[in-house]
Design a protein around this ligand. Structure first.
Ligand code: NAD
Length: 247
């Protein structure tokens, strides 16, 4: 009996911190094949990463020539929407880790995923502990009517507040609305060298507080989630937001 064919993966933003970690994770998985590394940096003189004509400075060309099954995007907030739409145009499923997509962006992407019958998974955080932090925060919100989020990241992060904090806020506010509480969760952003990705969700009640904290100490923490998403994304329908939907 022949083994399943490998899933052909392209990583967009391949020269970046998350993109290069994703390239290594894809290469280390027997069920996946890294067919393209895409980064604007290749057009600006960066040395090839994969060689053999597999390094591309623009996504459109990679989509046209590589026969890719899934694109992983870890680029920048200013280019992620255009990258997703280019993939959908080629009927290629997308795993999106780049943060900074607005609600309006997601609504537009949702419509195109339906029109092109091609799925997109957007996960503001691929770390298992972060998914659990959001789940626990949702549970705690049933019992605490006051909550604030402190998110702390390295100083090169381009967007604030973080995508994880914004999704956590949505989860807490959803939980509150089920019990008739109509309030907003404030988010505080800290950017400092030395940090990776950290978040505290702090609930306050009568004479007590509850703090749920998650720390990503290295980018390895995101890779099992990225690999799982690559393997599962093509079985999804439309736009799906949050890693918890494929666990
Ligand atoms: N979802 C998660 O779990 C998670 C975890 C960490 C970071 N992030 C997010 O991932 C994104 C990337 O983070 P990073 O630290 O790797 O950033 P980075 O700056 O190290 O890398 C971004 C890379 O994208 C490239 N790039 C920019 N525009 C491009 C385009 N149009 N086409 C191809 N390549 C392009 C850049 O040249 C760069 O190499 C950020 O939005 C960050 O917030 C998400």
């Amino acid at each position: 009996m022949s083994a399943d064919p490998k899933i052909k993966v392209a990583v967009c933003g391949a020269l970046g911190r998350m993109g290069s970690a994703s390239c290594s994770a894809v290469q280390a998985d027997e069920a996946l094949e890294l067919v393209a590394a895409v980064d604007v940096g290749f057009g600006a003189g960066a040395a090839p990463l994969l060689g053999d004509g597999k390094d591309f400075s623009d996504l459109e060309t990679a989509l046209t020539v590589t026969g890719v099954d899934v694109v992983v995007d870890f680029t920048i907030p200013a280019s992620v929407k255009a990258n997703i739409l280019a993939c959908l145009n080629h009927h290629v499923a997308v795993v999106v880790g780049t943060t900074g997509l607005t609600g309006a962006d997601l609504a537009e992407i949702d419509k195109v995923t339906e029109r092109e019958a091609t799925p997109v998974l957007v996960a503001p955080n691929f770390a298992m502990g972060a998914v659990l932090m959001m789940e626990f925060a949702k549970q705690a919100a049933r019992y605490f009517q006051a909550c604030e989020i402190i998110e702390l990241h390295h100083d090169k992060k381009l967007d604030a507040p973080s995508g994880t904090s914004r999704l956590t806020r949505v989860r807490v506010e959803e939980s509150w609305s089920e019990t008739g509480v109509d309030k907003e969760v404030p988010i505080h952003s800290v950017r400092l060298p030395g940090l990776v990705a950290h978040q505290e969700v702090v609930f306050g009640g009568l004479g007590e507080t509850l703090t749920i904290r998650h720390d990503s100490l290295s980018r390895d923490s995101f890779m099992p989630g990225v690999v799982l998403a690559v393997k599962r994304v093509r079985s999804l329908q439309g736009l799906v937001v949050g890693l918890e939907n494929i666990l």
